[in-house]
Design a protein around this ligand. Structure first.
Ligand code: ATP
Length: 269
């Protein structure tokens, strides 16, 4: 049996409009992944070398996965998604085979995007004293990336919270050579995220998005989304028949967010 039985081409349903902020990341992903895959003739005509891989890095919960999925949805490009840790199989040689399977599958589905989430699990620096099985996976990954011929129509998008532990060999030209920081949302982005999340809920007509946007300073998009859920649960606990989530419950939930992103974390990026 294949080491990755559940490996298949997905069709995500995330739209660009589901993502608050990250305007630059959205634009850069279109230019470096969508354009070369869908308009490769223009690249060839103008003599531009398309990138083979893009690395998205930044703190947890700040829409790396979301933007990769939206890119696939909006461009209609096939999307193969793999989580790094899932690939690390106990049996020697299995993980390497799984990596080769993924690339074979992607070539068969071209134009396609291979999304490696938590790439750090596979591609930690060789000097890290990692086990030799990890090294085999990394070597296979690098070999496969080098083997993607121009015009074959496969681009790798990888994501990590820990760019510092990635083997620099991953970022050489011709591999993950476009690097994009996906940071925490600023005030305007938090307004947008709050608008997106609350538009899917029944909320207090007096709800102040503005107050919540200020209160959620330092939060990730994931924390803001979770805060909205918390507010709704709190309303339900008080009155299961309630017709909307109250402003008070939003304020309570916003005051009680436990922030995962710290200043030290950000300063390392
Ligand atoms: P990790 O590094 O932990 O994998 P990530 O950066 O890949 O995190 P996502 O998986 O994209 O983060 O985001 C997690 C969830 O948070 C999303 O499914 C979504 O509900 C919410 N979210 C994050 N960022 C945004 C955003 N900019 N707009 C709307 N929702 C967001």
């Amino acid at each position: 049996p294949s080491a990755l039985r559940e490996l298949f081409v997905e069709s995500p349903s995330v739209r660009w409009s589901d993502i608050g902020g990250q305007t630059l990341v959205k634009q850069k992903l279109k230019e470096s992944v969508e354009w070369p895959l869908l308009h490769w003739q223009s690249f060839a005509r103008l003599g531009v070398t398309p990138p083979k891989g893009v690395l998205l890095y930044g703190p947890p919960g700040c829409s790396k996965t979301l933007t990769a999925k939206a890119l696939a949805t909006e461009s209609g490009i096939n999307f193969i998604s793999v989580k790094g840790p899932e690939l690390l199989n106990k049996y020697v040689g299995e993980s390497e085979r799984a990596v080769r399977d993924i690339f074979r599958k992607a070539r068969g589905a071209a134009p396609s995007i291979i999304f490696f989430d938590e790439i750090d699990a596979l591609a930690t620096s060789r000097s890290d004293g990692e086990t030799s099985s990890h090294q085999g996976v990394l070597t296979t990954l690098l070999t496969e990336m080098d083997g993607i011929q121009d015009l074959v129509g496969v681009i790798v998008v990888a994501a990590t919270n820990r760019p510092d532990v990635l083997d620099p060999a991953m970022m050489r030209p011709g591999r993950l050579d476009r690097i994009l920081y996906v940071g925490p949302p600023d005030l305007e982005s938090r307004r947008e995220i709050l608008r997106i999340r609350t538009s899917k809920m029944a909320v207090d007509p007096d709800l102040s998005i503005e107050d919540l946007a200020w209160m959620t300073e330092g939060c990730s998009g994931a924390e803001i989304a979770a805060m909205c859920q918390e507010a709704a649960l709190r309303t339900m606990k008080q009155d299961i028949e309630s017709s909307f989530v109250s402003q008070d419950d939003f304020v309570y939930a916003a005051k009680n967010i436990r922030r995962q992103i710290t200043r030290t974390m950000i300063s390392k990026f």
